[in-house]
Design a protein around this ligand. Structure first.
Ligand SMILES: Nc1ncnc2c1ncn2[C@@H]1O[C@H](COP(=O)(O)OP(=O)(O)O)[C@@H](O)[C@H]1O
Ligand SMILES: [Mg+2]
Length: 266
């Protein structure tokens, strides 16, 4: 879980990037962060990654207060997160495979495990056939999918993507979002900053709108209401199924009785 408690961040020049943010994001949520340029979206993500520390207030990630976290503990925090950058940040000297594998080598994974896992994530993003190419031989959308694969390879519990579709066309953007949604369905929390309203409307998720460093809208209430409604609906379906199973059971019982009485008569 991610929690912001009265978080403000001011930079030395005096401008407030975010101001008095109060927010809770539960495990497994899919959250869009939207808002005009300069609204504080990137700052919010940087506070979660502990690339920035708040001027006041607390940021808590999985029960840990990041404002009290020692610098040497930060790499361990980052390992629980997969980060997707707008500018991809791929290394062109390396193949696609190596770009992704690198993230696993850093944490000392075994060679056999690396091979299996890298191919599995490349498959997930639809790039298994591009494994031996170099980033410069790929389209923008494909490069972004490599950076997504790299973010996923260590099975993070949280994916953070800052305008991951900023440099690619709408069709490819939609594909990236769909992959993020798939990953979310498997249980990973996803936080994605985007300025593409069509995507936000096409893909279901919680939407947080930032403006001048403040949250001006958060669909969390609607989101939870919707989730509750879905849970009630599936609960109702289960009950209906159980009832119909009971009725069938009773009918079978009744048939047996009829048969039984017929047998007695014979
Ligand atoms: N390192 C920094 N130093 C000074 N000001 C910054 C810094 N980072 C961000 N800001 C300012 O904070 C505000 C919010 O920035 P940012 O979080 O990057 O917005 P967004 O991602 O929504 O475009 C902007 O006014 C920006 O100029
Ligand atoms: Mg930004």
């Amino acid at each position: 879980m991610i929690e912001f408690i009265g978080v403000s961040k001011a930079f030395p020049e005096g401008n407030h990037a975010v101001e008095n943010i109060n927010l809770k994001i539960e495990d497994g949520e899919f959250v869009f962060i939207v808002g005009p340029s300069g609204a504080g979206k990137s700052t919010m993500l940087k506070l979660i990654m502990r690339e920035e520390v708040p001027s006041s207030g607390k940021v808590i990630v999985n029960g840990r207060d990041l404002t009290k976290m020692k610098r040497r503990q930060v790499p361990y925090l980052r390992r629980t997160m997969g980060i997707v950058f707008q500018d991809f940040r791929l290394i062109d000297k390396m193949t696609v495979f190596e770009n992704v594998a690198f993230a696993m080598r850093v944490i000392g994974a075994k060679q056999s495990e690396i091979k299996k896992r890298v191919m599995a994530v490349l498959d997930l993003v639809g790039l298994e056939e591009m494994a031996s190419r170099h980033p410069s031989e790929l389209s923008g959308g494909e490069q972004q999918r490599v950076s997504l694969a790299r973010a996923l390879v260590n099975k993070p519990s949280l994916i953070i993507a800052d305008e991951p579709t900023g440099n690619i066309d709408p069709k490819r953007s939609y594909e990236i979002m769909k992959i993020l949604k798939e990953i979310n369905k498997m249980g990973t929390t996803v936080l994605v900053v985007t300025h593409e309203h069509t995507l936000v409307n096409q893909i279901p998720g919680r939407v947080i709108v930032l403006k001048d460093g403040e949250i001006v809208k958060d669909t969390a209430q609607e989101y939870y209401a919707q989730r509750e409604k879905e849970e009630r609906k599936s609960q109702a379906e289960i009950s209906r199924f159980e009832e119909s199973a009971d009725t069938q059971q009773e009918n079978i019982g009744a048939d047996e009785e009829i048969n039984g009485s017929e047998e007695n008569e014979n």
